[in-house]
Design a protein around this ligand. Sequence first.
Ligand code: SAH
Ligand code: SF4
Length: 349
Amino acid sequence: MYDMVHRMGKAELAALIARNQNAPDPALLREAALFRDRHYGRRVILRGLVEFSSHCRMDCYYCGLRKSNRRIRRYRLDADQILNCVRDGYRRGLRSFVLQGGEDAYYQGERMVLLVARIKGEMPDAAITLSLGELPADLFRALKEAGADRYLLRHETADDAHFARLHPPGQTLSSRKRCLYRLRELGYQVGAGFMVGSPGQTHEILAEDLLFLRELQPHMVGIGPFLPQSQTPFARETPGSLSLTLTMLALTRVLLPSVLLPATTALGTLAQDGRGLGLAAGANVLMPNLTPIGQRGGYLLYDGKIGIDDGTEEGLQQMLQSIRAAGYEPDLSRGDHQDFRQETTPYYL
Ligand code: SAH
Ligand code: SF4
C-alpha cells in the first residue's frame, strides 16, 4: 500500500510524513519490515566502525568535531592502529568495516590509499567502506582502485536553503551531490543520508530528502536523529524525534526496498532500544564500534553518545545476543548490496 511513495510528489510526501510524525502507522512499519525481509531475510548485517580521526577542516554547525570547536581533545589513529582495529574485528568474525573520520587532511590523500591497499592485501575477503568527506575525483578513484568498496557521504539535507542553515558559506549541497554522483560512476556502493529534526527542518524538506534518494538510488542510507552537542552553535536546539526518525527509516525502506539501512548509534542514543526499534522499522545494519576504548570519548559528534563497550569481544557477543533475542540473525559477511553481491563470497556465515 505504501509503494505509492514511488509516484508521490513533494506535497503528498510532506503530508504523508506529517501524518506519521507522532507515531508511524503500524501498516507502514509492517510493510517496511516485509520489504526488508524479502531482500535480506531476517539477517542483520554487522559493520565494524573505526573512527580514525577527530580532526576536521569543515565547520558544520551541528557537529562536535567542527573545526571551530577548540574545546575538544582531538586524536588521530596512525595507520598501524587502524589496521589493528580492523584485525581485531576480523578475528571476531567481522568481514565488513567502515573507516570514518572528520575531514582530516592528514588522511585525505595517499596515506589513506596505502592503508586501504594494506587492509585489502591482508584481508582480501573483507569489505571496506570509507567515510571521510568530500574528496577530489582523482582521490575517490585512487581509493577505489586500492580496493575500497563503499563510500558514505550523507547529503545531510536536500534543500539548498536548509543546507546553508546547517553549514557555513563555502560548504554547499551542490558540491555534496556532485561527490555522490561521482562515487556512483566510479563503481562504489554509495551511501547518502540525513539527520531528522535538524534545526529549521520541515516536513517539506524531509519530502525533498526522499525525492533526492529516489533520484540518486543510493545503495546505503544513513538516517539518525539530530542530537545537540554542547560546544556547537546548536547546543540549545531540540533533538530530533524518535517517531519521526522511525517514520523516515520506514519510508526509505519502502522507497528503496533493497537498500542497506543502519539503525544508527544516534538512534540508540536518543532512546532506550532505539536501534531495536530501527530494525522493526525496516533497518538491517548495525555498526559495532571498534575504535580503541581510550579514544572514543574524543569522537563526540553529539552529546551522550552510546557504545562505550560495543565492538569488544564481550560487547559484540552481547550485540549478537540481542539481535537473536529480537528475532533476527546476525550476518557477519561483507554485507554487499544485492546489485554487488559476489557469487564467490558466502554472504551468510
Ligand atoms: N566527516 C564525515 C564523517 C563523520 S560525520 C562526514 O561528515 O561525512 C558522520 C555523520 O554524523 C554526519 O554525516 C552527520 O550526519 C552526523 N552527525 C554529525 N553531527 C551530528 C549531530 N549533532 N547529531 C546527529 N548526527 C550528527
Ligand atoms: Fe566534520 Fe563531518 Fe562533523 Fe562536518 S559532520 S564537522 S565534515 S566530522
